[in-house]
Every structure is written in C-alpha cells, then in structure tokens.
Design a protein around this ligand. Structure first.
Ligand code: PLP
Length: 488
C-alpha cells in the first residue's frame, strides 16, 4: 500500500473502517476523500473517541464526525514551512492538494522531523586527527594506540589499558585471560546487552543468571550467594545504563568465595562508585566505544586492569597470540585479531581530551529530561543511588507497572516513532532469546523482575547536542500519548 492509501478512507466509510485504517498505519490521523480523491475532511483517533463517548456507534459514517476544511498546503510548500505549521498547530500531518482540491501527497511530521536515538559528537578536532593519521604510514599498530591506552588508564586510575576493536572482543579477552572454560560457571545479569552473556558462551562456560535490583537495574547482590556452586569462577557485573552496581557487597562476596569480578562497564565510562571510577571496580573491566557511547571510536573497546599478567595475556591474545618481542609470524598462544586501528585510536584520543565537556553536556540533557518528565504521572525517571556519580549513557524511563502493560509500552513506542521520535525498548531479557531458551530451558517467569522492567522501559533520544526545544517536544509528545493509556 502506498503512503497516501495508508492514511485515506473514502467518504462512505464507517467509524469502524476508519479505526481499522488508523490502527494499521499507526499514524492516528486519517484523510477523508471522495472517489476522485478530492479531499473532504480529516479525522483523528481523538475525534473518533469523542464521537463514541457522545453516543455515536461504530457504523456511523466518518463523514458525520470529520473536520471539514482542514489545514492544507499546495505542492511547492517548502518542508521547513510544513514543519513550522505542524509544530505550531500541534498536528501530525498536512494534506498536499492541487488546484482542484485533489489530494496528491501527505506531509507527515514523522517524515519531516526525526530525532535520532543517539548521535556522536564529532568536531573538526576529530576530523583533523583522522586526517593526520591518514598521512602517516601507521594505520594500525602505531603511536595513537599507546596514547589512547594511556589516557584511559590515567582516567580510570588503572595500571594497564589494552585497546581492542569492540567491547565484545574485550569481554571475550577477559573470559580467556581468567582461563574460564567448558564446565565453568559465571554469574551475571539477564538484563543487559547480549554480549555480556554471550562472551561466557564463547568459551562454552555457562552464564548463570541472577535477577536484578528493582532500583538500580543492576544484578541483585542479595540473590547471588544462592547461585554460587563449586563450578563458579567469576561474577560478570554489568554497570547497566552507566549506573554502577553495589560494588561493596560484590567485593565481599567475591572475597568470601574467591571469585573474580569482571566489570562490564561498556556503558559506564566516567561513572563513579564512592569516588572510584567504573571499570576499575573489579579484577578487570571493559569499556566500549560504539557511536552511541559516551566517547566513540566508530568501533572499539578497552580492557582495563591492575594485574600485569592479565594485561600481558590480553595484549598477546588481541594480536594473534604474539608475545612482546615475538616475530610477526611467531605465535606463543592462541590469539585473535582484536586490534584497534590507529584511526579509531586517534578518534579516541581527541574524545578523551573532551570527555569532561561531553559528560557535562550529557548531564545537562539528563537534567532537562528529569525536570520535564518527573512531572508526568505514570513515568519513572532513572534512579541514581547515593554514592554514585552518573555518566549518562542512555536516558531510559520506566512506565508505572500499575498502570501500563508491555503492549501499551510497545504502542507508545510506535506512536513516538510516528512523531519522528526514535526510541527503543531497552533491553529485552537475554534469557528469553530463542537460543538461550533452547540451550538452558529458560521460560517466561524465570527472572520476573527483569521481565517486568524489560516490558516497561523506553530509551528516549539521548546525545550531547539534544536541544531543550527537542526535549520539550519529546516530553510533550510522551505526555499526550501516555494520557490515553493510563489504567486505574
Ligand atoms: C553492557 C554492554 N556490554 C557489551 C557491549 C558490547 O560492546 P560492542 O558493541 O562494542 O561490542 C555493549 C554495547 O552496547 C554493552 O552495552
């Protein structure tokens, strides 16, 4: 079905037929035309709701309740002008008509204005740094890697930093360097990006999931000890959405049972727990620099540790198993090509020089959101524990579980997207991914809190240069949309 056909109905349609069209398109506005596609009127789902409440039935012709003389525009109207009208009048679409009043196109707000979920903050400094690398012979294994590693080690207060080509590669090296293998168990959270559990499977060890804390959404430290067995080697802790877990308790448990603590701080560069930087809180930690992260290197990651042996192993394994001093074709152990390119490292160096400025910008965006959204009933803004300094990765709201169902959340996301607001459910439970279900027999209800939270989260657009105006638009849209979903 083409774009126009998906948002029009002919004048003889009933309210029921119109509702079906609105449901299918997800756009919540419909244009009523005659057989020659001459525009006769417009109706929104709000108009229909009001008509039904006032006693009209589903068989009432839509013509009886439509608004006649809707706002229209001629073909040559510039997009900026159309956008201006829609924002001013708070409407979602403008029909474009010819001289005879025939509908020839429809300008939709969602198509004219799209606010991305994330967007990297790249300045001329990053571009110059990349150009400089391109004019040297060192596109890989060069000086920028060392410089970037030093910057991250200094920033996190760790002795060693090993740059790799993704956060996932970094996590795999953590598992390998601790000699976690077939038959071993690693305790971790099912509420995360899937790589934090997959890296355990890479070595045929078993991820043993523990449900999450209802506030921080990190692993629930009170439920860990009951899952520890003789096979448990480590706890892989995810600082989810940039919020550190309960590291005091994790340290106590790790010490008592002699377990390694692996910190997946892919989302938490710059966050602190009791004044100590994330990444440095376990035996070894990992950062990731995909374009939605606090700092970006296009693709990239970093392992950090204070343990020299682990550092040397990671350095060797990322570089095809070569030890320091090995010839190019000598390989002391099994290794991988997990090297970061000099181009990525050069990006990382500049981004690290700007990190304070960038984290401040992210804090400012989070403050705007907190202020606007805390006033909206039915929305929970992100929780920050005492003793935590937040470095914002994403801005994830939760809908009130007493008023909303997962299906409501999915529809709200659909409607936000129809208004050009890119948003996402963050994260679906890992244990319910089909291959986890198949391998371990997990089912709905295995980790109730993770499932409940997963069904009610919405990650809103979040990046350094998101403007106050855009945040107002997002907040107002959310307020209008969720108003219709509240259940008492
Ligand atoms: C918690 C977590 N772990 C691991 C990763 C993997 O990082 P990458 O995409 O760089 O492989 C991510 C990336 O989003 C993440 O959020």
């Amino acid at each position: 079905m083409n774009k126009i056909d998906s948002v029009i109905v002919i004048e003889s349609s009933t309210i029921r037929e119109t509702m079906e069209r609105i449901n299918k398109s997800g756009i919540r506005i419909v244009f009523i035309v005659n057989e020659n596609k001459k525009l006769l009127g417009v109706a929104t789902d709000g108009d229909i709701r009001r008509a039904l409440l006032s006693g009209k039935d589903f068989n009432t012709p839509i013509k009886k309740i439509m608004t006649i003389n809707p706002i229209t525009a001629p073909k040559s109207t510039p997009a900026t002008e159309l956008l201006e009208i829609m924002l001013k009048k708070d409407i979602r679409g403008i029909p474009i008509i010819d001289n005879e009043g025939i509908l020839i196109d429809i300008a939709l707000l969602s198509e004219l204005r799209t606010i991305p979920l994330s967007s990297p903050d790249i300045t001329h400094k990053e571009i110059e740094a990349i150009n400089q690398v391109l004019s040297t012979p060192f596109l890989s294994i060069g000086p920028k890697i060392k410089e970037f590693e030093e910057k991250i080690a200094n920033y996190t207060g760790t002795k060693y930093a090993i740059a790799v080509n993704s956060g996932t590669s970094g996590l795999h090296l953590c598992i390998r360097s601790l000699d976690i293998k077939d038959g071993d168990e690693v305790i971790t959270s099912p509420f995360s990006f899937i790589a934090s559990a997959n890296c355990i499977l890479f070595e045929r060890a078993k991820p043993v999931f523990v449900d999450i804390d209802k506030n921080t959404l990190c692993i629930d430290v009170n439920k860990i000890e009951e899952k520890i067995t003789k096979k448990t080697k480590a706890i892989l802790v995810v600082d989810i959405f940039g919020h550190p877990a309960d590291w005091d308790e994790l340290e106590r448990i790790a010490k008592k049972y002699k377990l390694y603590l692996i910190e997946d701080s892919a989302e938490a560069l710059g966050s602190e727990h009791k004044g100590k930087k994330c990444g440095s809180l376990g035996s070894l930690g990992v950062f990731a620099f995909y374009p939605n992260k606090q700092i970006v290197t296009a693709e990239g990651g970093m392992v950090v540790t204070n343990d020299e042996k682990i550092a040397k192993l990671c350095q060797s394994m990322r570089n095809q198993g070569r030890d320091e001093g090995d010839a190019w074709l000598s390989h002391s152990r099994l290794g991988y090509n997990y090297r970061m390119s000099e181009l990525s490292a050069a990006l990382g160096v500049v981004q690290m020089k700007r990190i304070d400025e960038m984290l401040e910008k992210r804090q400012r965006v989070a403050n705007f959101y907190n202020e606007r959204l805390s006033k909206i009933e039915g929305i929970k803004i992100p929780y920050i524990a005492p003793n935590v300094k937040m470095s914002w990765f994403v801005y994830v709201i939760r809908l009130d579980d007493k008023r909303f169902l997962k299906e409501d959340r999915d529809q709200i996301i659909k409607e936000l997207r129809a208004r050009g607001i890119n948003c996402r459910d963050y994260f679906p439970p890992i244990h319910l991914e089909p291959f986890y279900v198949k391998m371990f027999g997990y089912k709905k209800g295995s980790f109730p809190l993770t499932e409940k939270v997963s069904g009610l989260t919405i990650a809103l657009p979040f990046y350094n240069n998101l403007t106050e105006k855009e945040i107002n638009y997002i907040s107002n849209s959310l307020d209008n949309i969720i108003d219709r979903f509240k259940r008492e």
